[in-house]
Write a protein that binds this ligand. Structure first.
Ligand code: PEP
Length: 269
């Protein structure tokens, strides 16, 4: 890594985000977050070395908020989706106002499962980015190519195009997080190589620079997601443009997830 990129990377606090998808009810979520906090405390995890955030189902958020506030836990939480609308006749949707009322820091936007099963377009995702920013929530914007995209267009063309549209919804000066999640790597056990992740994350940082400026690009955390485990996190985190991970399956395994959060123990080993 060049001297400049090392300094810039160090200015970005890594984020390890656990996407629970449709797993763990509100009681299970309380038990999990409590145990995660104990595990990290026992291991003397320094919250300043890596931020940890969990993304439970909507129905768990109030319980997680109560626990985190009551015990003052250094664990952030977020929603798995947000409505593009603020209120009204949108059955089944969740407003950013409701998420903000629960002190939700982050929201995942444009996860590939939302794109695939709910037909979310890049434009719809841009509208959700705008909704998150209207309510002071940081959107984690997910982009990534399918195996067919990879074969037809190469590694970064699709994620770069997706991000360019999504950034159209970003408010001036408001924080974003970007997650590069190759669709072929999600839940497959077949993670990208750290070199592949670095190549695409660098291209995504380039798009942020074009659309929102250099300072925003250097400050923005770009995560890798797709079959991240304790045994491969260090390789990703050594890359100049990878600032954390969005973790699915492994975020439901307490010791595995805690070990990913403590990746600095494995970097350099
Ligand atoms: C995800 O759901 O965003 C994800 C990356 O899943 P997994 O870690 O299981 O591949």
């Amino acid at each position: 890594m060049a001297v400049d990129s090392v300094a810039q990377k160090h200015a970005r606090v890594p984020l390890i985000a656990g996407n629970w998808k449709m797993n763990l009810d509100h009681l299970q979520s309380i038990a999990f977050v409590q145990k995660l906090a104990w595990t990290l405390k026992d291991a003397q995890h320094d919250p300043g070395s890596a931020e940890v955030a969990v993304f439970p189902p909507f129905t768990d958020l109030r319980s997680v908020q109560t626990l985190v506030n009551a015990d003052d836990l250094p664990i952030a939480y977020g929603g798995q989706d947000i409505s593009a609308h603020d209120s009204g006749a949108y059955t089944g949707e969740i407003s950013g106002a409701f998420l903000k009322a629960l002190d939700t820091k982050y929201v995942i936007v444009g996860h590939s499962e939302r794109r695939q099963y709910h037909g979310e377009t890049d434009e719809a995702i841009a509208a959700k980015v705008a909704a998150a920013h209207r309510h002071g929530i940081v959107p984690i914007i997910c982009v990534g190519e399918t195996a067919e995209d990879l074969e037809q267009h190469g590694p970064s063309a699709v994620p770069v195009a997706q991000l360019r549209v999504a950034l159209g919804g970003a408010a001036q000066g408001a924080e974003i997080v970007v997650a590069y999640e190759p669709v072929w790597a999600i839940g497959s056990g077949l993670a990208a190589t750290s070199e592949q992740a670095q190549q695409v994350c660098a291209a995504l940082r380039g798009v942020i620079a074009e659309v929102l400026g250099d300072d925003v690009a250097q400050a923005t955390r770009i995560l890798y997601g797709g079959s991240v485990k304790a045994s491969n996190i260090a390789g990703f985190m050594r890359e100049a443009d990878v600032d954390g991970a969005l973790v699915g399956g492994a975020s439901l395994l307490l010791d595995e997830f805690a070990s990913i959060v403590r990746f600095q123990k494995h970097v350099g080993t």
